[in-house]
Design a protein around this ligand. Structure first.
Ligand SMILES: *Cc1c(COP(=O)(O)O)cnc(C)c1O
Length: 421
């Protein structure tokens, strides 16, 4: 559920009419609903009730300062995957002891940054990383708390590019080698094992892969404890999917996901961490665009929008579906017709949807992409020298620009000419 509903025939973000924002900031833009972010956090809190837990919001899904500050105020920790994200979390006021650091390629500099600023744990993904981390921590006179990310060889049955828990994926250490790697960790002076980490992929629409992976983590917990390791924390990753196509999908509910956690690892006395990104921010955002032209082609009509693949790359990159709706609600019983919905960028990949049924759309009409709050703005670029688009946050009847649209000069002047030019 989200807070983007029609009121008097006009799409609203909470109590703010979308055309009002469009008139103020211009199109295209992203708009986020604080009530929806809060609701999703609350749903996870309820799902994990009765278990000692920390919800570490996966910032990579949407790392605007206003979004992470809102999540932090709710009590969320953060899952970061780069030094930049770590500094963003700190800048939004998140204490170091609520930040977990994931990722396969942490540099020594990023490790230093996090050790100096404070960190809850590093989720270590390989033996060379563990050796490097131990050295870096020692050089600072510190001991780094770690979990080791295990790769359970479970197929998340999601899109190829966001599946991370099979043995051919680059993530984690094979679970079959975990005992050996934990033994090595115990012998390293600069790291201290606190638990186990797993993350098998994103946009999972079935609970079974979680159940399989978490069952393996539970077995490993018992085994490692027998080997003498203190396992007090289980980081179970993110990945729960959202309904991108509302008429035709019903991904599992967080409450049922919570039951899987309770059933598989709930009796181990461990603190549970989860790292949801998409399920927190995805349905909390819209991308709003305006129709530049309606072009009647041979056998098909194109809606040419002022938003493009550089603003929202998911359809081009993953073949992803976004529900696309008119901002002015169609009259009841209005006829629908199929459109190809495209942006102005000079490649055919810049297609958001083909033969999508919509009521008649005219020039200058506003269009909204649902479920665009996650992996939208954060993956955008200035391809075709299209400046990044603004981000707006709504709370009740108020809205605020949380990232302004850069001017063309801002964009151009970031480049510098070599002295010989
Ligand atoms: C991407 C990622 C997440 C978040 O995944 P969602 O599908 O957005 O919930 C969590 N943890 C790690 C390690 C990730 O790489």
């Amino acid at each position: 559920m989200d807070h983007f509903l029609y009121k008097d025939g006009i799409l609203h973000a909470e109590d703010v009419a979308i055309p009002e924002i469009a008139a103020s900031v211009g199109t295209p833009f992203y708009v986020y609903s604080t009530a929806t972010l809060t609701r999703h956090f609350d749903v996870f809190t309820e799902a994990l009730s009765g278990m000692d837990h920390l919800i570490c919001y996966a910032m990579k899904s949407n790392s605007n300062q206003a979004v992470i500050a809102h999540m932090a105020a709710l009590g969320a920790g953060m899952d970061v995957v780069s030094g930049g994200e770590y500094l963003r979390a700190k800048a939004a006021g998140v204490p170091g002891d609520k930040i977990v650091f994931s990722g396969v390629g942490k540099t020594a500099e990023e490790m230093r940054m996090a050790l100096d600023g404070g960190i809850r744990q590093f989720n270590v993904e390989s033996e060379p990383e563990m050796e490097r981390l131990s050295q870096v921590a020692r050089s600072l006179g510190k001991v780094a708390p770690i979990t080791i990310r295990v790769n359970p060889d479970v197929d998340a049955k999601t899109h190829e590019k966001i599946s991370t828990g099979r043995k051919e994926d680059k993530f984690g250490i094979p679970i079959g080698r975990a005992r050996e790697v934990y033994a090595r960790a115990a012998a390293l002076p600069g790291v201290k094992v606190v638990g186990i980490d797993v993350h098998i992929g994103s946009q999972l629409t079935n609970l079974e892969p979680f159940e399989l992976a978490y069952g393996k983590v539970a077995d490993l917990t018992r085994q490692l404890r027998e080997d003498g390791h203190e396992i007090t924390r289980l980081d179970l990753g993110g990945g729960l999917g959202i309904p991108y196509e509302r008429s035709n999908s019903a991904p599992p509910l967080p409450l049922d996901y919570g039951d899987v956690i309770r059933r598989t690892v709930g009796d181990l006395g461990c603190e549970i961490e989860i790292e949801p990104g998409r399920l927190i921010s995805g349905n909390a955002g819209l991308l709003v665009a305006s129709t530049i032209y309606v072009k009647h082609g041979e056998g098909r009509d194109f809606l040419i929008l002022d938003a493009a693949m550089n603003d929202l790359i998911r359809p081009a990159m993953y073949g992803a579906w976004h529900d696309i709706i008119p901002v002015r609600e169609a009259e009841a019983g209005a006829e629908q017709q199929p459109y190809d919905i495209v942006g102005p960028v000079c490649e055919s990949g810049d297609t958001f949807a083909r033969q999508r049924n919509l009521p008649e759309i005219r020039e200058d009409d506003l269009i909204a992409f649902r479920s665009a709050g996650a992996y939208g703005a954060v993956m955008s670029s200035e391809y075709n020298s299209r400046p990044l688009i603004p981000e707006v946050m709504v709370k009740g009847d108020q809205f605020a620009v949380i990232r302004a649209r850069p001017s063309f000069d801002d964009m151009i002047n970031r480049d510098t000419l070599p002295q010989w030019a």
